[in-house]
Design a protein around this ligand. Structure first.
Ligand code: HEC
Length: 133
């Protein structure tokens, strides 16, 4: 328990530069662990989401488009509602090399990655009705 609390608390105190430079990163190595257990430790408010929108527009828009589509497998929105936040975080952190999705581990801080994931999930969830992967 203490370990888990320390783990999340520490994410507040590591500044973005350190994370960008390959320092401690709280995203678990295993996708299953991230999907089941990793939660956003930051407060999701309008400022947080506005930062996510900026990051999306600067880094993700050129491939995912204004409606959050998946460039390779789906024509429409990112199916934000079918993945846990932790799973999306794992994917954004590690990328999907086989499909050309870049890794953002060293380009965006841990907080910035949560900002953009929260923005994506808040903005695009539910915009793709029935498509499952
Ligand atoms: C160079 C193009 C490119 C850029 C830039 C890019 N992505 Fe992706 N992304 C992809 C591709 C390709 C996939 C694989 C999905 C598919 O099959 O089309 C993907 C998949 C994803 C997925 C998994 C979605 C799912 O439902 O499986 C997430 C989450 C994601 N990207 C987030 C981001 C975020 C956040 C950014 C910006 C910080 C970003 N991507 C920038 C190409 C890109």
């Amino acid at each position: 328990m203490g370990l888990v609390a320390g783990f999340f608390l520490s994410s507040y105190f590591f500044n973005s530069k350190r994370l960008r430079n390959g320092g401690f990163d709280p995203v678990p190595l295993s996708r299953q662990d991230a999907s089941d257990h990793l939660k956003n430790p930051f407060k999701i408010d309008s400022v947080f989401l506005a930062k996510g929108k900026k990051i999306y527009e600067a880094n993700c828009l050129k491939c995912h488009g204004p409606e959050g589509r998946l460039p390779r497998s789906h024509p429409f929105s990112i199916h934000a509602g079918h993945h846990t936040p932790g799973d999306f975080m794992w994917l954004a952190t590690n990328g999907i090399a086989s499909k050309g999705m870049p890794s953002w581990r060293d380009k965006l801080s841990y907080e910035e990655r949560w900002q953009v994931i929260s923005y994506i999930q808040t903005t695009f969830a539910g915009t793709e009705p029935m498509m499952m992967r």
